[in-house]
Design a protein around this ligand. Structure first.
Ligand SMILES: [Zn+2]
Length: 258
Protein backbone atom coordinates (compact mmCIF):
# COMPACT_ATOMS: atom_id res chain seq x y z
CA UNK A 1 0.00 0.00 0.00
CA UNK A 2 1.31 3.42 -0.96
CA UNK A 3 0.12 6.47 0.96
CA UNK A 4 0.83 10.14 0.36
CA UNK A 5 -0.29 13.17 2.34
CA UNK A 6 -0.79 15.71 -0.43
CA UNK A 7 0.87 19.10 -0.06
CA UNK A 8 -1.43 22.06 0.47
CA UNK A 9 0.71 25.20 0.28
CA UNK A 10 3.87 26.51 -1.34
CA UNK A 11 7.03 27.61 0.46
CA UNK A 12 8.83 30.90 -0.26
CA UNK A 13 10.76 29.17 -3.07
CA UNK A 14 7.58 27.99 -4.78
CA UNK A 15 8.03 24.35 -3.80
CA UNK A 16 5.60 22.30 -1.73
CA UNK A 17 5.72 23.45 1.86
CA UNK A 18 6.24 20.98 4.75
CA UNK A 19 3.20 22.42 6.49
CA UNK A 20 -0.14 20.65 6.50
CA UNK A 21 -2.90 23.21 6.07
CA UNK A 22 -5.34 20.79 4.48
CA UNK A 23 -5.99 17.11 4.87
CA UNK A 24 -5.97 14.74 1.89
CA UNK A 25 -4.32 11.30 1.94
CA UNK A 26 -4.07 9.46 -1.37
CA UNK A 27 -3.73 5.68 -1.32
CA UNK A 28 -2.30 3.81 -4.33
CA UNK A 29 -3.05 6.85 -6.52
CA UNK A 30 -6.70 5.82 -6.69
CA UNK A 31 -8.44 6.54 -3.39
CA UNK A 32 -8.53 9.76 -1.37
CA UNK A 33 -9.13 9.87 2.35
CA UNK A 34 -10.44 13.40 2.86
CA UNK A 35 -10.35 16.01 0.16
CA UNK A 36 -8.64 19.12 1.56
CA UNK A 37 -6.09 19.57 -1.24
CA UNK A 38 -7.65 17.11 -3.68
CA UNK A 39 -8.18 19.66 -6.45
CA UNK A 40 -4.90 21.54 -6.08
CA UNK A 41 -2.21 18.96 -5.36
CA UNK A 42 -3.13 15.79 -7.23
CA UNK A 43 -0.93 14.63 -10.11
CA UNK A 44 -2.47 14.05 -13.52
CA UNK A 45 -2.46 10.28 -12.87
CA UNK A 46 -4.22 10.80 -9.55
CA UNK A 47 -6.78 13.08 -11.22
CA UNK A 48 -7.45 10.37 -13.75
CA UNK A 49 -7.68 7.52 -11.25
CA UNK A 50 -9.27 8.93 -8.09
CA UNK A 51 -13.00 8.35 -8.31
CA UNK A 52 -13.56 7.32 -4.69
CA UNK A 53 -13.28 9.90 -1.92
CA UNK A 54 -13.76 8.80 1.68
CA UNK A 55 -14.49 11.56 4.18
CA UNK A 56 -13.68 11.37 7.89
CA UNK A 57 -15.74 14.46 8.75
CA UNK A 58 -17.00 17.65 7.15
CA UNK A 59 -14.62 20.27 8.58
CA UNK A 60 -13.47 22.61 5.83
CA UNK A 61 -9.80 21.60 5.83
CA UNK A 62 -10.96 18.04 5.02
CA UNK A 63 -13.47 18.82 2.26
CA UNK A 64 -12.24 22.08 0.68
CA UNK A 65 -10.90 20.46 -2.48
CA UNK A 66 -13.93 18.30 -3.23
CA UNK A 67 -16.19 20.84 -5.01
CA UNK A 68 -13.30 22.10 -7.15
CA UNK A 69 -12.11 18.56 -7.96
CA UNK A 70 -15.55 17.64 -9.34
CA UNK A 71 -15.79 20.96 -11.16
CA UNK A 72 -12.34 20.58 -12.78
CA UNK A 73 -13.13 17.06 -13.99
CA UNK A 74 -16.80 17.64 -14.83
CA UNK A 75 -16.59 17.23 -18.62
CA UNK A 76 -14.10 14.34 -18.60
CA UNK A 77 -15.65 12.07 -15.97
CA UNK A 78 -16.62 8.68 -17.36
CA UNK A 79 -17.94 7.57 -13.99
CA UNK A 80 -19.13 9.65 -11.02
CA UNK A 81 -16.99 10.79 -8.13
CA UNK A 82 -18.16 8.49 -5.34
CA UNK A 83 -18.18 10.20 -1.96
CA UNK A 84 -18.20 7.73 0.93
CA UNK A 85 -19.19 9.19 4.29
CA UNK A 86 -21.51 8.89 7.26
CA UNK A 87 -25.10 10.11 7.01
CA UNK A 88 -24.27 13.23 9.02
CA UNK A 89 -21.36 14.21 6.75
CA UNK A 90 -23.39 13.65 3.58
CA UNK A 91 -26.22 15.77 4.96
CA UNK A 92 -23.78 18.55 5.86
CA UNK A 93 -22.27 18.52 2.36
CA UNK A 94 -25.72 18.72 0.79
CA UNK A 95 -26.94 21.42 3.17
CA UNK A 96 -23.88 23.65 3.34
CA UNK A 97 -21.73 23.09 0.23
CA UNK A 98 -23.57 21.52 -2.71
CA UNK A 99 -26.65 23.69 -2.25
CA UNK A 100 -26.50 25.93 -5.38
CA UNK A 101 -25.48 28.86 -3.17
CA UNK A 102 -21.95 27.94 -2.14
CA UNK A 103 -21.49 25.59 -5.09
CA UNK A 104 -23.63 23.64 -7.59
CA UNK A 105 -25.48 20.59 -6.41
CA UNK A 106 -23.44 18.22 -8.55
CA UNK A 107 -25.58 15.23 -7.57
CA UNK A 108 -28.37 16.76 -9.70
CA UNK A 109 -26.10 17.29 -12.71
CA UNK A 110 -24.92 14.94 -15.46
CA UNK A 111 -22.28 15.15 -18.14
CA UNK A 112 -22.60 13.22 -21.40
CA UNK A 113 -21.53 10.01 -19.62
CA UNK A 114 -23.98 10.23 -16.73
CA UNK A 115 -23.87 11.26 -13.06
CA UNK A 116 -20.84 13.18 -11.79
CA UNK A 117 -21.36 12.83 -8.02
CA UNK A 118 -22.86 9.99 -6.02
CA UNK A 119 -22.99 9.53 -2.26
CA UNK A 120 -22.37 6.23 -0.50
CA UNK A 121 -23.23 6.08 3.17
CA UNK A 122 -21.35 3.94 5.69
CA UNK A 123 -21.80 3.26 9.39
CA UNK A 124 -19.18 3.41 12.12
CA UNK A 125 -17.90 -0.07 12.95
CA UNK A 126 -18.58 -1.51 9.51
CA UNK A 127 -16.20 -2.58 6.77
CA UNK A 128 -16.32 -1.24 3.27
CA UNK A 129 -14.50 -2.54 0.19
CA UNK A 130 -13.34 0.05 -2.30
CA UNK A 131 -11.28 -1.26 -5.19
CA UNK A 132 -8.58 -3.51 -3.66
CA UNK A 133 -8.82 -1.87 -0.25
CA UNK A 134 -10.85 -2.74 2.83
CA UNK A 135 -11.73 0.16 5.12
CA UNK A 136 -13.22 -0.22 8.56
CA UNK A 137 -14.67 2.97 10.04
CA UNK A 138 -13.65 3.50 13.66
CA UNK A 139 -15.07 5.79 16.29
CA UNK A 140 -12.80 8.68 17.29
CA UNK A 141 -13.56 11.75 19.40
CA UNK A 142 -13.79 15.11 17.66
CA UNK A 143 -16.03 18.17 17.98
CA UNK A 144 -18.26 16.83 15.18
CA UNK A 145 -18.92 13.22 14.26
CA UNK A 146 -15.64 11.92 12.85
CA UNK A 147 -14.31 8.52 11.89
CA UNK A 148 -10.84 7.04 11.78
CA UNK A 149 -10.07 3.98 9.69
CA UNK A 150 -8.32 0.66 9.56
CA UNK A 151 -7.18 0.43 5.94
CA UNK A 152 -5.99 -2.87 4.51
CA UNK A 153 -4.84 -4.29 1.21
CA UNK A 154 -3.73 -7.86 0.61
CA UNK A 155 -0.28 -7.13 2.09
CA UNK A 156 -0.66 -4.73 4.99
CA UNK A 157 -2.97 -2.85 7.29
CA UNK A 158 -2.66 0.63 8.76
CA UNK A 159 -4.69 2.65 11.26
CA UNK A 160 -5.60 6.31 10.82
CA UNK A 161 -7.29 8.62 13.36
CA UNK A 162 -8.12 11.77 11.40
CA UNK A 163 -8.87 14.65 13.83
CA UNK A 164 -9.44 13.51 17.38
CA UNK A 165 -9.07 14.13 21.09
CA UNK A 166 -8.72 11.31 23.63
CA UNK A 167 -10.23 8.11 22.21
CA UNK A 168 -11.76 4.92 23.44
CA UNK A 169 -13.29 2.86 20.62
CA UNK A 170 -10.31 3.44 18.33
CA UNK A 171 -7.85 1.82 20.74
CA UNK A 172 -10.13 -1.17 21.33
CA UNK A 173 -10.17 -1.80 17.59
CA UNK A 174 -6.41 -1.27 17.23
CA UNK A 175 -5.55 -3.58 20.10
CA UNK A 176 -7.64 -6.34 18.53
CA UNK A 177 -5.40 -6.27 15.43
CA UNK A 178 -2.58 -8.82 15.18
CA UNK A 179 -0.18 -6.65 13.28
CA UNK A 180 -0.26 -3.16 11.92
CA UNK A 181 2.24 -1.66 9.49
CA UNK A 182 1.71 1.88 10.75
CA UNK A 183 -0.51 4.10 12.87
CA UNK A 184 -1.25 7.69 11.83
CA UNK A 185 -2.43 9.86 14.73
CA UNK A 186 -3.13 13.53 15.03
CA UNK A 187 -1.47 16.16 17.23
CA UNK A 188 -2.83 19.59 16.35
CA UNK A 189 -1.69 21.92 19.12
CA UNK A 190 1.36 22.46 21.36
CA UNK A 191 1.07 21.80 25.10
CA UNK A 192 0.71 25.52 25.89
CA UNK A 193 -2.63 25.46 24.05
CA UNK A 194 -4.09 22.47 25.88
CA UNK A 195 -7.26 24.43 26.70
CA UNK A 196 -7.86 25.26 23.02
CA UNK A 197 -7.01 21.65 22.11
CA UNK A 198 -9.56 20.40 24.61
CA UNK A 199 -12.23 22.88 23.45
CA UNK A 200 -11.75 21.89 19.81
CA UNK A 201 -11.23 18.16 20.49
CA UNK A 202 -7.62 17.80 19.39
CA UNK A 203 -4.45 16.34 20.94
CA UNK A 204 -1.27 17.99 22.20
CA UNK A 205 2.09 16.15 22.59
CA UNK A 206 1.32 15.40 26.24
CA UNK A 207 -2.16 14.04 25.59
CA UNK A 208 -0.79 12.16 22.58
CA UNK A 209 1.71 10.43 24.87
CA UNK A 210 -1.08 9.46 27.29
CA UNK A 211 -3.16 8.17 24.38
CA UNK A 212 -0.30 6.01 23.12
CA UNK A 213 -0.20 4.29 26.52
CA UNK A 214 -3.49 2.63 25.45
CA UNK A 215 -1.60 0.70 22.80
CA UNK A 216 -0.85 -2.88 23.81
CA UNK A 217 1.90 -3.33 21.25
CA UNK A 218 3.89 -0.33 20.10
CA UNK A 219 6.39 -1.83 17.73
CA UNK A 220 5.06 -0.39 14.47
CA UNK A 221 5.95 3.14 13.36
CA UNK A 222 3.56 5.82 14.58
CA UNK A 223 3.27 8.91 12.40
CA UNK A 224 1.96 12.25 13.62
CA UNK A 225 -0.44 14.06 11.31
CA UNK A 226 -2.59 17.21 11.40
CA UNK A 227 0.00 19.51 12.96
CA UNK A 228 -1.37 23.06 12.89
CA UNK A 229 1.01 24.99 10.58
CA UNK A 230 1.25 27.99 12.90
CA UNK A 231 2.64 25.85 15.75
CA UNK A 232 4.56 23.28 13.73
CA UNK A 233 8.06 24.03 15.10
CA UNK A 234 6.90 23.99 18.69
CA UNK A 235 4.87 20.79 18.28
CA UNK A 236 7.69 18.96 16.47
CA UNK A 237 10.11 19.91 19.29
CA UNK A 238 7.68 18.77 21.98
CA UNK A 239 7.10 15.49 20.15
CA UNK A 240 10.87 14.91 19.95
CA UNK A 241 11.12 15.60 23.68
CA UNK A 242 8.68 12.75 24.36
CA UNK A 243 11.53 10.44 23.29
CA UNK A 244 9.20 7.77 21.95
CA UNK A 245 11.40 5.74 19.62
CA UNK A 246 8.86 4.76 16.95
CA UNK A 247 7.06 8.12 16.93
CA UNK A 248 7.79 10.40 13.99
CA UNK A 249 6.22 13.13 11.88
CA UNK A 250 4.50 12.13 8.63
CA UNK A 251 6.18 14.15 5.89
CA UNK A 252 3.97 16.10 3.52
CA UNK A 253 4.28 14.88 -0.08
CA UNK A 254 6.43 11.83 0.72
CA UNK A 255 5.23 8.46 -0.56
CA UNK A 256 5.13 5.81 2.17
CA UNK A 257 4.97 2.18 1.24
CA UNK A 258 3.89 -0.66 3.50
ZN1 LIG B 1 -11.76 18.62 12.31
Amino acid sequence: MRLQLLPSTLSETGNASVQQHLSCFVIDDCLAIDAGSLAIATTSIQKKQIRDVVLTHAHLDHIAGLPLFIDDLFASLEEPIRVHATKEVIENLQRHIFNWEIYPNFSELHNENGAVLKYYQFEIGTEKFIKHLCLKALEVNHKVQTVGFLIADEKSKIAFTSDTAEMDGFWKAINAEKSLAAILIECAFPDELKKLASQSYHLTPTTLKTELENLKSTTCPIYVINIKPMYREKIVKQIEELEIENLRILEVGKIYEW
